[in-house]
Design a protein around this ligand. Structure first.
Ligand SMILES: *[C@@H]1O[C@H](CO)[C@@H](O)[C@H](O)[C@H]1NC(C)=O
Ligand SMILES: *[C@@H]1O[C@H](CO)[C@@H](O)[C@H](O)[C@H]1NC(C)=O
Length: 373
């Protein structure tokens, strides 16, 4: 599936699964730059649920907090996904989800009818024994679905002749800021990877008028940077301390996004590109999906065998942000303010969240810890 702008779930679904998923993955990945879309994983696992039976279905229902009625799950998605067709905006968010099943099984013909319609994604069979072929089929599909920006979601060492079921999720995000940075003002600065280690980074800078605040619960500063012509924003959580990310990560999922007053801000933000890819099945196992990833999953609604494990959950996300934006930032001078100038200097590891303000939904999140990684 491919949307220029994805708008789903909204307020009707609890964010508990996605925030737990993020917390586990981000805590395990503090030494690397991270970009992930927990909501895409949620969509994939709900697709799996539609084909699951017995204790596998029970387990998925529990971890995903789903109702017992599968029809209810499917219909909710159908409504939400249908709403977004035709909405073309300037922010590009490609989400590509698919289930690949070894061709030693036969897909249940009813399954794709159900998920295609409701989830705008499908299951396909593939010959994992012909390794080179399988790798190129999977990579071509993801590439086509993500505006050509995600190449090589899998390599030959990721797949193998013994694979039974693999889940795939590709995400590409590209947008322009509402307020542009002047490229002539971008300079080389020190990024403090740790208190002792510094690495040069291209630092963008501007003076503007933004929603910014300080949270003692998070021990961090937070700023909201809106994207052009959309209700999407990037929230940056900058810990007070150089090494504050570890403590911050578990608290972000439950952070309530209130709207503070706008203040004048001197902003410094690294120009960054993050490409993150991993097999995320271990995160889902940690969350309690043991049957599903063990040898005994019951996927009898999906394929013609009752004991088949899901082996892998590959996700690759790509996000790139530079100076491009729509307007010059404006700084009104005739307005009283509490702290007349904020210095928001993202020169050490920080977390970010890309959210839709209207939908109250997080699409993509992660952290930036090192310009070299
Ligand atoms: C499932 O379908 C495949 C392909 O038609 C067949 O070779 C296989 O024997 C079937 N497996 C079971 C358990 O029925
Ligand atoms: C937005 O989501 C958060 C977390 O799920 C929730 O606590 C909050 O009430 C929601 N706000 C609105 C306006 O729906």
């Amino acid at each position: 599936m491919k949307y220029l702008f994805l708008m789903l779930l909204g307020t009707s679904v609890t964010a508990q699964f996605t925030s737990n998923f993020y917390k586990i993955l981000a805590t395990d990945t503090l030494d690397k730059n991270l970009a992930t879309s927990p909501i895409s994983i949620e969509i994939l696992m709900r697709m799996v649920y539609m084909g699951a039976g017995g204790s596998t279905a029970q387990e998925l229902r529990k971890v995903l907090k789903l109702p017992a009625d599968k029809k209810e799950v499917a219909e909710k998605y159908k409504k939400l996904l249908t709403n977004l067709e035709g909405r073309k905006r300037l922010a590009i968010l490609d989400l590509a989800n698919r289930i690949y099943v070894s061709d030693e099984y036969q897909l249940n013909s009813e399954y794709n009818k159900l998920v295609k319609d409701s989830f705008k994604a499908e299951a396909k069979t593939i010959n994992f024994k012909s390794l080179g072929n399988a790798v190129s089929i999977v990579n071509k599909w993801v590439n086509d679905q993500t505006s050509g920006r995600i190449r090589d979601i899998v390599s030959p060492k990721d797949l193998g002749a013994d694979l039974k079921v693999a889940l795939l999720s590709g995400i590409n995000f590209k947008a322009q800021w509402q307020y542009k940075f002047d490229p002539k003002k971008t300079f080389i600065a020190d990024f403090h990877v740790t208190a002792k280690k510094r690495v040069p980074v291209e630092m963008m800078t501007l003076i503007g008028y933004f929603e910014v605040k300080l949270s003692f619960r998070l021990d961090a500063h937070m700023i909201e940077l809106p994207f052009r012509d959309s209700s999407l924003s990037m929230f940056i959580f900058l810990p007070f301390k150089v090494d504050g990310l570890k403590k911050l990560v578990p608290k972000i999922g439950t952070y309530f996004y209130s709207r503070p007053e706008k203040e004048k801000v001197v902003l410094k933000l690294p120009k960054f590109k993050i490409e993150y890819s991993a097999d995320l099945s271990r995160v889902l196992e940690k969350m309690g999906m043991r049957d599903t990833f063990g040898g005994s999953a019951d996927l009898s609604g999906l394929l013609n065998s009752s004991k088949v494990p899901i082996n892998k959950v590959f996700q690759k996300a790509f996000i790139e942000l530079d100076e491009e934006g729509a307007e010059e930032p404006t700084v009104p001078v005739d307005r009283p303010c509490r702290q007349c100038e904020w210095d928001f200097n993202a020169e050490h590891p920080f977390a970010y969240v890309i959210r839709d303000r209207e939908q109250n939904t997080t699409y993509l999140q992660g952290h930036f810890v090192n310009p070299e990684k």
